[in-house]
Design a protein around this ligand. Structure first.
Ligand code: FBP
Length: 283
């Protein structure tokens, strides 16, 4: 039963991706409201959230829906719990840079730790629109193509992706880092090329394919990190670990962190195992 529900959530979100991608251009203004994390919301954030919510809550076997853009969990009966970041990196839209959609599926009522995840995936709206899916210990990437008559096809682009190389690094939020992160950054900069585009999905996808480490450290003003663990930290940690890499909040795997508030934040690092170990040694 739950496998079919996971299939349907992935299919429904992937089918919506071309519509979301083509709808961004008319929705680049801020709406004057803030989300539960006190971030300004863009028209696109509100629109995408409503669009995905309607699709996901109508699936039989989805029992809960939670969104980075909503204060409360929506109860929709018995079944799996779906958490979504409808438009990750939306602040990149006005500058036409990468954005994404992050979705993860828990086999437990929310909030709960990442150990209850059964699947996680993200859509990347880039030169291509792709969906990267982690489930049953494997990570595959598919290109989403809209064919005449609005049917959507998924083509396997990369099968069983593994994080092996040590080639690139990216660390977000640099203006107010703590000293130990400064040291870590300068050490990484000695060996690895810098890649940072300002959207978690885009930066993580580079790390996944090139090999390396990506993170958003705790910093002044974000003493508990910037990323929301339920919507951003857990799904990306789940994908990194399914691809043979590792994740950490500085002390332990992000997936082991207890979550008792749906908008709880976490320092976040994920990537090649030894590089993540090096992060923990530094922090
Ligand atoms: P949302 O857009 O989903 O709120 O995500 C936060 C985010 O945009 C990440 O995608 C990105 O990694 C980070 O914030 C960028 O932060 P900063 O502007 O400090 O570099």
């Amino acid at each position: 039963m739950s496998d079919e529900v996971v299939d349907e959530v992935i299919q429904k979100v992937a089918e919506a991706a071309p519509h979301i991608s083509s709808g961004l251009m008319h929705r680049r203004e801020y709406v004057g409201e803030e989300n539960p994390s006190d971030e300004k919301m863009m028209e696109a954030d509100v629109w995408a959230n409503e669009f995905f919510k309607e699709k996901i809550t109508s699936i039989d076997g989805v029992g809960e829906f939670a969104s980075e853009e909503e204060h409360e969990i929506t109860d929709c009966g018995e079944g799996l719990s779906v958490a979504i970041d409808p438009l990750d990196g939306s602040s990149n839209i006005p500058t036409n840079n990468l954005v994404g959609t992050i979705v993860c599926i828990y086999d437990e009522r929310l909030p709960c730790s990442g150990e209850n995840l059964v699947a996680a995936f993200y859509i990347l709206y880039g030169p291509l629109t792709t969906v990267t899916v982690a489930r049953e210990g494997q990570v595959n990437e598919y290109v989403i193509e809209e064919s005449p008559g609005d049917d959507v096809d998924l083509y396997m682009a990369s099968e069983d992706i593994r994080i092996e190389g040590k080639n690139i690094y990216g660390l977000g939020g640099n203006k107010a880092w703590f000293d130990d992160v400064e040291d870590l950054e300068s050490e990484l900069a000695d060996d690895l090329k810098l890649r940072y585009g300002g959207a978690l999905v885009g930066d993580f996808n580079q790390m996944l394919h090139h090999g390396g480490v990506f993170g958003y450290p705790a910093k002044e003003g974000y003493e508990n990190g910037k990323y929301r663990i339920l919507f951003e930290g857990n799904p990306m940690a789940f994908i990194a670990e399914a691809a043979g890499g590792a994740s950490t909040n500085g002390e332990r795997s992000i997936l082991e962190v207890e979550v008792d508030d749906i908008h709880q934040r976490t320092p976040f690092y994920a990537g090649q195992k030894e590089l993540v170990q090096r992060v923990e040694e530094h922090l």
